[in-house]
Ligand binder design. Structure first.
Ligand SMILES: [Zn+2]
Length: 307
């Protein structure tokens, strides 16, 4: 394991029944505490979903301990490079779902329609009837996506059930869906099929796994990840496709809207912010007439007036 960086980041999940999630969460807190791991782990009766960072030896030990548990013996760990401060703390929570879809009907993750990266690539290249559907959030697709993919106009995965009727026209097509690491697709696939989409396939291991095998073939831009790195460049030779929401300049820099009640993530080029500091408000808030003087944020004039 000497090829691991000094502070590897582990990304993993598995849909597998966990009978006593609270007790398992307590065990995980003990294990991660001893190994001084930081990050976020969600545990539910349906499985586990984690992203942790730590010293190389601790990360190796964590994988060993997990794989000794028969439930996780075949769990796939995706490893990327991190740093000591990739995650500020350790958070382990028990939730109803390991990734929240909140569909009205109970959905079991689909495990039968995975395409390996090689099968995925072959379908893209050989089947003219396919439609690629990016089931990630709007801002993730803006940073990068598969060529010709259809992004979903959602701010959060929970909005997917409500958004789905807009994809009605794809019902008799072959739908190839993908997300970052595969976890969302297993649920999205079950949702699509429950709504009458019959030919649905999902990319096994998601974008991260595909890039490991085929780099940026058929891919444009970067891959958004949910930690302080925000975007991870898939290939350094490739230009980002993200565009500044205010100026249209090419950028891969994400910021949150200054107005806390909005807090929307959007792309903002550093030069644009330098030219006009008010661009730290998202276009929607600016259009609504909000300025840095009237915005509500920590330390804002509006908030200090209220005392
Ligand atoms: Zn805003």
């Amino acid at each position: 394991m000497s090829e691991l960086s000094e502070y590897p980041v582990l990304l993993y999940y598995k849909y597998v029944p966990i009978a006593l999630p609270e007790r398992f969460a307590a065990e995980q807190r003990g294990l991660c505490g001893t190994l001084e791991l930081k990050g976020r782990i969600l545990i539910a009766e349906e499985g586990i979903n984690g992203t942790v960072v730590g010293k190389r030896d601790s990360i190796v030990r964590y994988m060993e301990v997990m794989q000794e548990d028969p439930r996780f013996a075949d769990m796939e760990f995706k490893i990327s490079e991190g740093a000591l401060d990739t995650f500020p703390k350790l958070s382990i929570k028990v939730r109803p779902e390991i990734v929240t879809l909140g569909a009205d009907i109970p959905l079991k993750a689909d495990l039968d329609n995975h395409l390996s990266p090689a099968e995925w690539k072959a379908k893209i290249e050989g089947d003219p009837d396919i439609v690629l559907v990016d089931v990630r959030n709007r801002y993730e697709s803006q940073a990068g996506m598969f060529e010709g993919a259809l992004p979903c106009e959602i701010e959060n995965f929970r909005e997917l059930p409500e958004y789905l009727p807009q994809l009605e026209a794809l019902k008799d097509k072959t739908v190839l869906m993908y997300c970052t690491g595969g976890i969302r697709c297993e649920k999205a696939s079950a949702l699509f099929r429950s709504q009458g989409f019959e030919k649905v396939f999902q990319l096994h291991g998601g974008i991260v796994n595909y890039h490991k095998h085929f780099g940026n073939e058929h891919w444009l831009g970067e891959c958004f990840v949910f930690d302080k790195r925000m975007t991870v460049r898939v290939d350094h030779a490739l230009n980002p496709i993200g565009k500044c929401a205010h100026s249209g300049r090419t950028t891969s820099r994400f910021v949150n809207c200054l107005h806390d009640l909005c807090h929307r993530l959007f792309l903002l080029a550093p030069e644009t912010q330098q030219e006009d500091p008010e661009t730290i408000l998202c276009p929607e808030c600016r259009q609504a007439g909000i300025t840095s003087a009237t915005a509500d944020y920590k330390g804002s004039p509006a908030r200090s007036l209220r005392g």
